[in-house]
Design a protein around this ligand. Structure first.
Ligand SMILES: [Fe+2]
Ligand SMILES: [Fe+2]
Length: 121
């Protein structure tokens, strides 16, 4: 994935998330990938949400709601067993990749700009 942010921790964490999402396509499927993705996404979302709270970020509720939708999607995926179908692995991975790309190049860029202008970067 291209660079997503000039805030170093934000870009590094996004790259790790994209790498984990790509690995959902691997055969044989490793069910731990979805668990690792869930844990890492939670770690990343909490850090962004901590910055939003600390900076009194004006678009916090919309951004947290977007994170919550991703959390719900991942939780639902953890209930499935994509190892049975390569096509399902690919579609889960593509769905998450597209969602994350839209998020990091959209709503996260607004947060990035706000963080860069703050004393907390
Ligand atoms: Fe992010
Ligand atoms: Fe975000």
């Amino acid at each position: 994935m291209q660079k997503t942010s000039d805030v170093l921790w934000q870009d590094t964490q996004h790259q790790t998330l994209f790498d984990l999402i790509e690995r959902i396509k691997e055969v044989p499927f490793d069910p731990d990938i979805l668990v690792r993705l869930k844990l890492y996404a939670e770690h990343h979302f909490i850090l962004e949400e901590t910055y939003m709270e600390a900076l009194d970020y004006p678009y916090r509720s919309e951004h947290v709601a977007a994170h919550d939708r991703f959390r719900e999607e991942l939780a639902a995926m953890l209930e499935t067993d994509p190892s049975m179908h390569k096509a399902l692995q690919d579609s889960l991975s593509d769905f998450l990749y597209k969602w994350l790309k839209l998020h990091v190049l959209g709503i996260d860029k607004q947060l990035e700009a706000f963080v860069l202008e703050s004393p907390l970067k």
